[in-house]
Design a protein around this ligand. Structure first.
Ligand SMILES: Cc1cc2nc3c(=O)[nH]c(=O)nc-3n(C[C@H](O)[C@H](O)[C@H](O)COP(=O)(O)OP(=O)(O)OC[C@H]3O[C@@H](n4cnc5c(N)ncnc54)[C@H](O)[C@@H]3O)c2cc1C
Length: 497
């Protein structure tokens, strides 16, 4: 049954982190936004290990800092790896990056059902018309551009909504992306993941107890993500050549993978697999490494997994989803509120989004070469970022979601140098197992500290206002002072004379 047609400025498809973020940022600029989500939240989703740029950047802009603090998610200070040629695990800490002040040098490990629900409810609180159990079936077109959507409500009734823009944030299962271009699958990343949940798995000593642990084994690697004091998300990522090993059933395959990875079998020695409720299933995901050949057409823009995804190893998924949401919202706000040209805004969106995607892609391709040691990974990060920073800092900047920070200033350093020094001293003294790592890296670490101190003092003097920026690309746009829109670069006196 076809009901009446409603009209909005923007329709957003999907209520994951990408859709919730984009819709909130659009509504905060007084646009009328409809968000359609096919599931009823809270719903299960994989992707639990987050980056500082999401927590202290995007979530802060969304007004969620206090709620996040109260939610009790596990604090993640960095990552611990048994990878490459080095037989002993090594650790990186977010605090090594100069763009991240020590009090903000952490992210969270989140139960996505809770985190995504928080973001979706926040969107509704900020004025977005959120409708769960509403599924988009088709796009509407007018004069060669996308002009709205056709959707089903929870009772199966058909509705239509027209809009100046449609944002597709419907994730990897999106069927809308086909209207923009072909999804190109990576020839290099052809992995599958088998994952489940365990109670009472072991923990590293503090302060690494909240870290993501990635451990390589013959067929691939494991993630081990502490979600609470007792619950752990455990996943095996293996090349798709090993898909046959799943033929005898998921339980048997998981047990075989665990048995062939000593670090993970030790951590799970006294653990039991959760077999009931949302976490009771052993799930499989495959074919996740792709990018669409284009990210927008007139009236329609792709963000998050609808546009691209690479690989879980450095937890880039939610970062890319929320960062692309910010870029897309900035573009639509500029077109609708400031009358800026559509092509100019979306070209800026796509270039910046592809740059962030490419940074992770290039780096991860190297990281998958398990014959290297961590120094090579560090060097590679520096090359990818075209950075002249210390190698350790370039690495951490990249894996914090920090390459976007250079142009976004998402993390504002406002705390004092002494506080940072104290925190770092505490980190070193409490982390006995990691002491050799810190000893080796001490000089580089201190260099970073000095650089960070200088930045913090400058930032504290000028306040949180965005300073003058240069465009990232020749002739490109720069973010407005509040970061919600684009703006043209003011002509310089030299250019006028
Ligand atoms: C094995 C694996 C491990 C991962 N681990 C991590 C990790 O540790 N950290 C990390 O950051 N990322 C990780 N990711 C990536 C992460 O899961 C995604 O990048 C992230 O969820 C993308 O967010 P999104 O908002 O784009 O899409 P989603 O979170 O997928 O949300 C899309 C939403 O759209 C809805 N939807 C779909 N179709 C329609 C429709 N037609 N109408 C209405 N609604 C619709 C869906 O119900 C869903 O709620 C991992 C991915 C994989 C495959």
């Amino acid at each position: 049954m076809q009901n009446n047609v409603e009209d909005f400025d923007v329709v957003v498809i999907g209520g994951g982190p990408g859709g919730s973020t984009a819709s909130t940022l659009l509504a905060m600029q007084n646009n009328r936004v409809l968000l359609l989500e096919q599931d009823k939240f809270p719903r299960y989703q994989i992707g639990e290990s987050l980056l500082p740029a999401t927590i202290h950047g995007i979530c802060k802009i969304l007004g969620l800092s206090e709620e996040l603090k109260k939610a009790g998610f596990v604090r993640k200070l960095g990552g611990t790896f048994r990878w490459g040629t080095n037989p002993t695990p090594w650790t990186f800490s977010f605090s090594t990056a100069s763009t991240i002040s020590a009090p903000k040098a952490y992210a969270y490990q989140v139960e996505r059902a809770k985190f995504d629900t928080m973001l979706l409810r926040n969107a509704a609180n900020k004025g977005v018309d959120v409708r769960e159990q509403h599924s988009v079936k088709n796009l509407l077109f007018e004069d060669g551009r996308v002009a709205g959507v056709e959707f089903l409500d929870a009772d199966g009734n058909t509705h239509s909504a027209t809009a100046r823009y449609v944002v597709d944030a419907s994730g990897h299962k999106s069927h809308i992306y086909k209207n923009v271009g072909e999804r190109i699958y990576s020839n290099f990343f052809q992995n599958l993941a088998l994952f489940g949940y365990y109670e009472n798995g072991g923990r590293f000593p503090a302060p690494r107890d909240g870290n993501i642990f990635c451990a390589a084994f013959d067929e691939g690697w494991f993630w081990y993500i502490p979600l609470s004091d007792t619950l752990t998300s455990v996943g095996a990522v293996v090349s798709k050549e090993h898909a046959d090993m799943l033929k005898d059933g998921h339980e048997q395959a998981m047990n075989r993978f665990i048995a062939s990875c000593p670090e993970i079998s030790n951590l799970l020695a006294n653990a039991t697999r959760v077999t009931e409720g949302m976490y009771g299933e052993l799930r499989v995901r495959r074919d996740w490494s792709y990018a669409n050949e284009r990210f927008w057409v007139p009236g329609l823009v792709l963000i998050g997994d609808a546009a691209c995804f690479i690989d879980p190893v450095f937890s880039s998924g939610v970062h890319l989803a929320t960062y692309s949401a910010l870029l897309a919202a900035r573009s639509i706000n500029s077109i609708l509120n400031d009358g800026m040209e559509e092509r100019r805004c979306f070209e800026e969106f796509e270039k910046r989004y592809r740059r962030e995607f490419r940074n992770f892609y290039e780096f991860l391709a190297t990281f998958y070469d398990m014959h290297q040691n961590e120094d090579s990974y560090f060097w590679r990060a520096r090359k990818v970022l075209r950075s002249d920073k210390s190698i350790q800092e370039a690495f951490v900047t990249l894996v914090s979601g920090g390459s976007s920070l250079y142009d976004e200033e998402l993390l504002v350093n406002t705390e004092h140098v002494e506080k940072i020094k104290t925190e770092l001293r505490e980190l070193e003294s409490t982390d006995d197992d990691a002491a050799p790592y810190f000893a080796n890296e001490k000089q580089a670490f201190l260099d970073v500290l000095v650089e960070e101190a200088t930045q913090i003092q400058t930032q504290a003097t000028v306040g949180a206002k965005r300073g003058d920026e240069q465009p990232l690309f020749e002739g490109g746009l720069i973010p407005s002072a509040d970061g919600f829109r684009w703006r043209e670069v003011a002509p310089t006196l030299a250019g006028v004379l």
